[in-house]
Design a protein around this ligand. Structure first.
Ligand SMILES: [Ca+2]
Length: 251
């Protein structure tokens, strides 16, 4: 059986960070993987262009994936245009599990936010390991001081947010919302640190793009401050097998 598996991240794999779901003007990074403005270009005002893989080894490069695909293929139900902003979504990025393909971006002061939301269009073909959608969280030996957050799909299929308040350790908060393989999904997770401790909430949103069915989950959390410290890279990568984030710290 082949170990190779390809997963497509759409629209964005866009990872959008905002100060609350309604404050969309504060987008920190928005990666749409389009030919226009560019496969790795940031569509936010910040211009945080991504690096493909380690920048020197093409086997680590995610590849462009044309939307819409043939019927029954990954991304068939990805929105185009993107309903939140009307922008075209004619291309996604495809990631190969066997070579740990990923995008990366060196740490930015703009990433040191309080409340934030991460959104992505995803299609999983690979399963069995924890898969990272986007992260500032090193899960490999030697980089334990570079931990902040990671939006992941656990091996069970549950969407989860991994948070650290020390920059060195983390807690996984599982949504209980499941993302099966071979389906198109929109996913989002919102971290709220601004309320008093009893009201610190994580909000998870999942939309099955095939059926249009929305699921929402709210979890309380104990992370007073989601630390961004040290030399942290932000990486957009699906899928990831163990070790999932081996390029962290290479900035
Ligand atoms: Ca796109």
């Amino acid at each position: 059986m082949s170990k190779k598996s390809v997963i497509t991240v759409g629209l964005v794999c866009g990872v959008i960070f905002v100060s609350g779901l309604v404050a969309r003007a504060d987008v920190i990074g928005y990666w749409r993987f389009e030919d226009d403005p560019g496969f790795v270009t940031d569509s936010s005002v910040n211009g945080f262009t991504l690096t493909k893989g380690d920048g020197s080894t093409p086997s680590t490069y995610p590849t462009p994936y044309t939307l819409p695909p043939a019927s029954g293929q990954p991304g068939e139900y990805f929105d185009n245009p993107i309903p939140q902003n009307g922008l075209a979504n004619a291309q996604a990025a495809s990631f190969d599990a066997s070579t740990y393909q990923y995008f990366g971006c060196t740490d930015k002061t703009a990433f040191a936010v309080g409340d934030f939301t991460i959104e992505a269009y995803i299609h999983r073909e690979y399963s069995g390991d924890r898969e990272v959608i986007a992260a500032q969280y090193a899960d490999v030996s030697g980089y334990e001081d570079q931990r902040s957050w990671a939006l992941v799909v656990e091996s069970t299929g549950s969407l989860a947010l991994w948070l650290s308040n020390s920059g060195k350790s983390g807690t996984i908060y599982s949504s209980g919302l499941y993302i099966p393989t071979d389906h198109d999904y929109f996913v989002a997770a919102s971290y709220n640190q601004s309320e008093v401790s009893a009201e610190r909430l994580l909000n998870f949103y999942v939309k099955d793009l095939d059926t249009g069915f929305w699921s929402v989950s709210t979890k309380s959390h104990g992370i007073a401050r989601c630390t961004t410290q040290g030399r942290i890279s932000i990486s957009v990568r699906i899928p990831t097998a163990t070790p999932p984030m081996d390029a962290f710290g290479t900035a």
